[in-house]
Design a binder for this molecule. Structure first.
Ligand code: GLU
Ligand code: MG
Length: 437
């Protein structure tokens, strides 16, 4: 059969989906300059394909310009068309970043970090997901047997990541039924979010090739174990040296690290709508699910919104290289670019406000009453997407980090999603999200 090899140029949008267009691979060089045409209202296509209220209507034209540095071409070696994906930026016809381009939004957040601190961000997205369908039998959490059940898929996914230039770390059978986790090497700047976006597409593609369907949906059913996306972060100084750790400070947080984390926690309730953006994300963000339920920093504690991660090194230099902290209140319904942009802006805001480093908790906050929590500076995170959206829209500091119309457009997009699910119960909502993420 005749076939023209094609590459798909796309971007993870507000819905966290990669949307774009394909063209012959032979045109990639030309298209990297000229781009492909794109339509503003596409940004209001929700994850369920319903179009939310759009200020653009049928009007306007944009360009999606592929960034060839992101090009991932993976031949699975089974005769199927290679996985061929390039991410890019969406710009106006005058070549200005578009107000809803998630990648441009992240690039400007990272530029703010560098302008304010001289630091660059190194990040790695740790993904949990499950293989949809009738789950394998219980009793297989973290087991070798559970791992063996889908090892062929795992080996394909790991090989595909390596072929795409994404450094692999581990593949594991997580706690939930048919739940797996992949961790990858950290990368500097926007590349970390690019790789997270490509990773999800590669995991889908790898599962397809083993007749399974992978799902990054935050919850497969209301009582299930959640799928989190944990974003690990550290800083590099102007010479490329680690700058996150200071052994003289409590819990090893360098001054900027402490203020950055304090900013993330101070603004967490108002950025949650961007990092945990589905209706069912809020069923996951409840106590005792090892996700995040309060605006707290934990030291080696998996029930904290931000966690200082353990290191294995013993000498100070190596500890400095390994030292990182992890944001746990994110999930696979979020665009990696938007989630990271929100976290970075909140962190830089904390640095600008010279916030004191948070005191890490090492206890169960859910047993404390609201007054005790409030006295200690803690609050339960928003418990619905509706509440999280209202806090986002009402926080002028937070909306001010984004292009002028972005917060309204984002808000309207998510309202469209909420409306679509309004008459469903939580079981039905989980089932709906499992199909689309
Ligand atoms: N599955 C948990 C979550 O929803 C995380 C478990 C872990 O610590 O790896 O975030
Ligand atoms: Mg995990």
């Amino acid at each position: 059969m005749i076939r023209e090899p094609m590459v798909f140029a796309g971007m993870s949008d507000i819905s966290g989906k990669v949307r774009g267009k394909a063209f012959p691979v032979s045109a990639l060089e030309k298209r990297s300059v000229r781009g492909v045409g794109w339509t503003p209202t596409n940004v209001q296509i929700t994850c369920f394909d319903v179009i939310a209220e759009s200020p653009f209507g049928a009007l306007g034209d944009l360009l999606l310009i592929p960034d060839r540095d992101t090009h991932a071409c993976v031949d699975f070696g089974d005769g199927s068309p290679p996985f061929n994906l390039t991410l890019g930026n969406i710009v106006s016809l005058e070549n200005e970043p578009w107000e809803c381009c998630t990648r441009s939004i992240l690039i400007s957040a990272l530029a703010r970090l560098e302008a304010v601190t001289g630091l660059r961000l190194k990040a790695a997205f740790e993904h949990e997901f499950h293989l949809a369908g009738e789950p394998a039998q219980p009793g297989e959490a973290y087991t070798h047997k559970g791992y063996r059940n889908n090892v062929a898929f795992g080996e394909t996914a790991m090989a595909a990541l390596e072929a795409a230039g994404i450094g692999t770390d581990t593949f594991m059978r997580e706690y939930g039924p048919d739940q797996y986790e992949i961790t990858v090497d950290p990368e500097v700047g926007v590349q970390a979010a690019d790789s997270a976006t490509i990773l999800r597409e590669l995991v889908y593609a790898s599962a397809d090739r083993h007749d399974r369907r992978a799902s990054f949906s935050p919850l497969r059913s209301p009582d299930a174990v959640g799928n989190g996306v944990h974003i690990h972060m550290s800083f590099l100084d102007g010479n490329g040296k680690p700058a996150t750790y200071d052994h003289g400070n409590p819990f090893g947080m360098a001054e900027t690290t402490g203020a950055f984390i304090a900013g993330v926690l101070k603004y967490l309730d108002s950025i949650l709508a961007l990092t945990a953006p589905s209706v069912i994300s809020y069923l996951r963000l409840t106590p005792h699910r090892w996700s995040a339920a309060y605006n707290n920093l934990g030291f080696r504690d998996r029930e904290a919104s931000v966690r200082i991660c353990p290191v294995t090194a013993v000498d100070q230099d190596s500890i400095g290289k390994q030292y990182n902290f992890e944001f746990r209140a994110a999930d696979g319904a979020a665009s990696p670019h938007l989630a990271l942009a929100a976290i970075v802006h909140a962190g830089v805001q904390g640095i600008e406000e010279q916030l004191a480093p948070p005191e890490p908790t090492e206890e169960d906050l859910s047993v404390l009453d609201d007054r005790t929590l409030a006295n200690r500076g803690y609050a339960r995170l928003p418990q619905t997407l509706d509440d999280a959206l209202q806090r986002f829209a009402a926080n002028k500091t937070v909306t001010g980090w984004f292009p002028e119309r972005f917060s309204q457009i984002y808000h309207d997009h998510k309202r469209g999603e909420l409306e679509h699910l309004r008459d469903l119960d939580n079981d039905e909502r989980c089932a709906a999200y499992e199909k689309v993420y």
